[in-house]
Design a protein around this ligand. Sequence first.
Ligand code: ADE
Length: 235
Amino acid sequence: MRIDILSAVPRLLDSWFGESILQRAQTKGLAEVHVHDLRQWSTDKHRRVDDYPYGGGAGMVMTLEPVHRAITELKGQRSYDEVIYMSPDGELLGQELANTLSTRTNLILLCGHYKGIDERIRQHLVTREVSIGNYVLSGGELAAAVVSDALIRLIPGVLGDATSALSDSFQDGLVAPPAYTRPADYQGWQVPEVLLSGHEGKIDAWRHEQALERTRQRRPELLQGGGNEGDATDR
Ligand code: ADE
């Protein structure tokens, strides 16, 4: 999978993709993330990528031309499955949407800034809009990092244990069961006996029961087939 992120503030993303799982995924050749500075496609002498809104009003608007030039150049190099605009009014990211997008080969993630982007970008260039939650961030970069992380960790081979992404919270519609590690007894705080039993069947059953119970207590809407507002798949 290759992800190209278009941003007016690319430095915001440097450390995120230079560390840990995402870094390893890239080193192993399983994922490539390229963060591009939109200003490189600006023809303005100050390399601006924003301008005043037609009709007046507060805030600046991201301009059409650099985004169009960037997307055209990238599309000239390979074909893209989606051009995704990160937006608080997009389709809400859920595990199902992450699963769907993780099967794609090439994605462009466009990060908005300022008061918004020229609507014609959304009309003519963007194929999908994704929100990471019902709150407004000051730019799309954090959202693009969240989406990239959620997708890349699903690629087979990225996580050490081949099954670990499948056993994530939400993959089976349940939250994750509790986890423990050594010591088995810390000043009287005990690890549940069953986990020390070595009995795989009993451990699996216990984990499933715990996951169910936790889901009942914390996220009951998942059990009612609800909570899927962020789980849209293909449009
Ligand atoms: N840009 C600003 N807020 C956002 C959000 N909640 N999700 C995606 N992109 C955004």
